[in-house]
Design a protein around this ligand. Structure first.
Ligand code: AMP
Ligand code: GLY
Length: 434
């Protein structure tokens, strides 16, 4: 019997839990979990970033492995706490997690290791004028709050006026609090974006897969940014083997090697956000965790034992290379509550969850089961429905055919996830096109 504690409450964590149940003899605890994990795990109401609470739970239940889902738990030091107590943990320490929690740290690391990325400059309030001048030299540029800003810290600017306003919002107006006390100003690049997910035990690197996500709330990439409204894998119009090999050699391995040399080995999932520019792939960002909703599309295609991989990351002995995946594609579409990404209402009954095809997958996020067993909304992103198929088109049809059976008041979803005419599917220019 293997006991696993999964920290988090999103559809990513439900997908991780589902993946772990495919390993024989697993007992799962989710903290806090959601209405979906309740069916395959014991949910315990402890927040993922409540480090003392999670450590107490892990000790009480004598778990063999703690799996960290969200960045907040990494930044709170959950992996450090586990390591101090000798509990095996999938997820980086706070020091290794700086690849996500400080954009300046990542830009320095990229330059030091030759990872291709946009030209940049960073500074605080004392460097404000130099940053304004740098933005003026660049013209079109991107201004980023250095720290974690709930995905809202990046402003893509057309000109120096917009850039100056974005710099001042961070440095003078404190828009992102401490996270914006330093900013990174960088060259604005263009091209298709892909996310690459790699696992590491601190030394070896194994690439899981690549995926594309849809960040804006409305079709056609309009409206405000969200946590992610859908994703598909593998990226269309590219040679997947070339993309994964390139990501491994030029982006992930140099980062993992540098963190190891600095005495802060990286154990967990390293997520490389890449832009496929005319002159080749460039790093946009690293994240210190799996992506949501990309995980919901990636794990159903994994042809290896997920729990064995997570355990190898935590304990060492991960086999390097590229993970085996199933043929075909997976498309995940997120259903969100009315008002999302703003304030949302909870408590609406969700119907149709029992009407999905056997081949479709349902991953809950903001849901809970009430005393009568009815599943109700309890958050912004409510669930992800995943369709699989031999082709991207078949996976997309399966996802939407099943999503249409699910209903709740005010449900919103994008109708263009994996649409062949969309920017995330249309062939990328230059390198790696097939
Ligand atoms: P990040 O959190 O750093 O990945 O930035 C969020 C989003 O901003 C990315 O997914 C891109 O769409 C955009 N972005 C970030 N950096 C750049 C850049 N240098 N050039 C163009 N777009 C960017
Ligand atoms: N899907 C983007 C993220 O997880 O950050």
């Amino acid at each position: 019997m293997t006991r696993v504690l999964i920290a988090g409450s999103g559809a990513r964590e439900h997908a991780l839990a589902w993946g772990c149940t495919r390993h024989p003899g697993v007992e799962l605890v989710c903290a806090p979990g959601n209405g979906g994990t309740a069916a395959i795990a014991e949910n315990v109401p402890v927040a993922a970033d409540d480090v003392p609470g999670i450590l107490r739970l892990a000790t009480e239940r004598a778990v063999d492995l703690v799996v960290i889902g969200p960045d907040a738990a990494i930044a709170a030091g959950l992996a450090d706490g586990c390591a101090e107590r000798g509990i095996a943990v999938f997820g980086p320490t706070r020091a290794a997690g700086r690849v996500e929690s400080s954009k300046e740290f990542t830009k320095q690391l990229a330059d030091a290791t030759g990872i291709p990325t946009a030209g940049w400059r960073a500074g605080g309030v004392e460097d404000r004028e130099a940053l304004h001048r740098f933005a003026a030299e660049l013209g079109a540029c991107v201004v980023k709050a250095d720290g974690l800003a709930l995905g809202k810290g990046v402003t893509v600017c057309d000109d120096a006026t917009q850039a100056s306003a974005a710099i001042d919002a961070c440095l003078l107006e404190g828009r992102f609090g401490d996270a914006g006390a330093r900013v990174v100003v960088e060259e604005r690049m263009s091209g298709r974006e892909v996310s690459v997910f790699a696992l590491s035990d601190g030394a070896a690197v194994r690439v899981l897969a690549a995926a594309c996500d849809y960040k804006r709330i409305h079709d056609g990439d309009r409206g405000p940014n969200t946590g992610g409204m859908g994703a598909y894998a593998p990226p269309a119009g590219l040679d997947p083997a070339a993309l994964l090999d390139d990501a491994l050699r030029r982006f992930v391995e140099p980062c993992v090697a540098a963190l190891r040399e600095r005495g802060t080995p990286y154990r967990g999932c390293l997520y490389a956000g890449l832009m496929l520019t005319d002159s080749g792939p460039r790093l946009l960002e690293f994240n210190a965790r799996l992506g949501d909703p990309e995980t919901q599309a990636v794990l159903p295609l994994l042809d290896e034992d997920l729990l064995d991989l997570l355990t190898a990351c935590a304990r060492g002995g991960l086999a390097p290379g590229v993970a085996r995946t199933l043929p075909g594609a997976a498309v995940g579409v997120v259903a969100a509550a009315a008002g999302y990404p703003g304030a949302v209402r909870g408590g609406d009954a969700i119907s149709g969850l029992d009407r999905l095809d056997p081949g479709a997958l349902l991953f809950h996020a903001g849901t809970r089961r009430d005393a009568g067993g009815t599943v109700r909304t309890a958050g912004g992103r409510v669930l992800t429905v995943v369709g699989r198929g031999d082709t991207l088109a078949a996976a997309r049809s399966a996802a939407y055919a099943n999503l249409e059976r699910v209903r709740f008041d005010g449900m919103q979803h994008r109708s263009d996830i994996a649409d062949p005419t969309g920017a995330q599917v249309a062939a990328a220019p230059g390198l790696l096109s097939r």
